[in-house]
Design a protein around this ligand. Structure first.
Ligand code: UD1
Ligand code: CA
Length: 495
């Protein structure tokens, strides 16, 4: 009889160096749907609410540890890092984790891998339940896959009982034909785990081609000691897919995306072309949102009912209100209110807040800019550090000149102002409610409410300049013809 049957500990292995990624970034920090691989694994394990949640870190440990701290803060629970200074294998990694746990640890220990990102809490819970139901000392989560290359294979005797796991590189040709693979995820009795790890010795009976301590060998050791071990097959092989290289990263990423899209489509979102739309995990979409081809919605983006995004738009940490349209737009940290219209070809930078029914049009860039309800910046403008009041219209090709080379300054445009095309607002400057500015103005001084500001050189026409200075040119001929026609018309009108 094994003691206590409750889950006390979850260990996530994330110390390996990820050689096959050929990357300066630790493998477990490579993102998938907006979260590093290890965060997927940590969140799945945290969902089981274990008493201890340990992540074994080693390669690139400072960066991984820093990320774990943010995850712990978001989860509102302790996530402890155990350092495995040198990576001598998955068994060695678990030893590092046990080193930071109480010596008399009892109960059930879950071990999962930081490079198996699609595993969810439900599947882990299923493993634990089966482990307890069958009264096993060790239970491995397995799956039957088309192509088992690279994975450890599950060995069973004639009766079907699990006898151990052999790594791909150590397997015979016959063993390589086995399609049931080790997911790298196990439930162990704490005492059995500690005891079996102590018995592993890569140089003697558990010789393997890498000279490492293999966690997988714990199963064979426990079995050899007459303890009950077993496997819990997972029906969905994607859930246990590991990421060792960038080909697998892309394949698992595409599958996760497909699943996220399916989830949102079933919740009422129209996705016109699911092959060209990419969603992060941390995105919220309301019913009747329409995503056109070429849309990428990154973490922290929330889209309200009936809003239309795309084609060809990328939004990160944005909020888009009900009924808004966002067309061919790149936006980061922007808030777009209900029924606003963005694009085509707009660039919304952090701090952009576009009011209800407001419009940011074609080739317009905004940053730290608020547009009141119904305000419009329709064409070819830069709006930096600005407040634009309700119902105001900014003329085409306007620049909010916010930077004097040292400090950023703010421009305030009141409500229902109409500014002319091709204006420069040299901040700090204020344009009052209901004011107008003339086209081509460089506004350097405040404009009182209701005033018209004209800030440009007066026009002067030098009559006959072309015929005198450019005689014989097509311009001169055209001008002469126009003058004759004008003269003819004048004579006709006079008769
Ligand atoms: C491992 C399993 C294999 C299984 C596969 C599932 C072993 C020996 N092999 O192989 O049976 O089919 O996972 O995906 O367990 N790690 C450490 N410290 C180390 C070595 C690895 O923390 O010293 C971590 C890695 O960061 C990774 C995980 O353990 O998250 C698995 O290591 P990896 O080298 O990817 O093992 P695989 O070859 O995939
Ligand atoms: Ca792996």
């Amino acid at each position: 009889m094994l003691p206590e049957r409750s889950l006390t500990t979850a260990i996530v292995l994330a110390a390996g160096n990820g050689t096959r990624m050929h990357s300066a970034i630790p493998k477990v920090l490579h993102p998938l749907a907006g979260r590093p691989l290890v965060e997927h694994a940590v969140r799945a394990a945290a969902g089981l609410v274990p008493e201890h949640l340990i992540v074994v870190i080693g390669h690139g440990r400072d960066a991984v540890d820093a990320h774990l701290r943010t995850v712990a803060a978001e989860l509102g629970r302790e996530v402890r890092a155990a350092v495995q200074a040198q990576q001598h294998g998955t068994g060695h990694a678990v030893c590092a984790a046990l080193g930071v746990l109480p010596a008399g640890l009892s109960g059930t220990v879950l071990v999962s891998c930081g490079d198996v990102p699609l595993l969810d809490t439900g599947t882990l819970a299923g493993l634990i339940t089966e482990h307890h139901r069958a009264r096993h000392a060790a239970t491995v989560l397995t799956a039957v896959v088309e192509d088992p290359t690279g994975y450890g294979r599950v060995l069973r005797d004639r009766s079907g009982a699990v006898t151990g796991i052999v790594e791909h590189r150590d397997a015979t040709t016959a063993q390589r034909a086995i399609q049931e693979i080790n997911s790298g995820v196990f439930a162990f009795d704490a005492g059995v785990l500690r005891d079996a790890l102590g018995r592993l010795d890569p140089s003697t009976d558990h010789r393997n081609s890498q000279g490492e301590l293999y966690l997988t060998d714990v199963l064979g050791v426990a079995r050899a000691r007459g303890l009950p071990v077993g496997a819990h097959p997972c029906a969905d092989p994607w859930l246990v897919a590991g990421v060792n290289d960038r080909v697998q990263l892309a394949a698992v990423g595409a599958e996760l995306n497909r699943r996220l899209l399916e989830h949102w489509m079933r919740a009422g979102v129209t996705v016109v072309d699911p092959t060209s739309v990419w969603l992060d995990v941390d995105v919220q979409l309301a019913p009747d949102v329409v995503l056109h081809p070429g849309v990428q919605l990154h973490a922290g983006t929330v889209v309200g009912p009936g809003a239309m995004i795309g084609p060809d738009s990328t939004l990160s940490s944005c909020t888009v209100g009900a009924g808004a349209t966002v067309v061919r737009t790149h936006a980061l940290g922007a808030v777009v209110a209900d029924d606003a219209q963005i694009g085509p070809f707009a660039y919304l930078r952090p701090g952009s807040r576009v009011g209800e029914r407001a419009r940011v049009g074609t080739f317009v860039e905004t940053k730290n800019a608020q547009l009141g309800p119904g305000a419009k910046v329709p064409h070819l403008s830069y709006v930096g550090d600005a407040t634009i009041g309700e119902g105001s219209n900014i003329g085409a090709a306007t620049v909010f000149v916010n930077y004097d080379g040292v400090t950023k300054h703010r421009t305030t445009v009141g409500a229902h102002a109409r500014t002319g095309a091709d204006n420069m607002f040299v901040a700090p400057v204020t344009i009052g409610d209901g004011a107008y500015t003339a086209a081509g103005s460089v506004i350097t001084e405040d404009v009182p409410p209701g005033a018209l500001a004209v800030a440009r050189g007066r026009q002067r026409n030098v009559e006959g300049w072309v015929s005198q200075r450019r005689p014989g040119t097509p311009a001169a001929h055209a001008a002469k013809r126009a003058q004759q026609t004008d003269g003819d018309q004048t004579r006709q009108e006079q008769t």
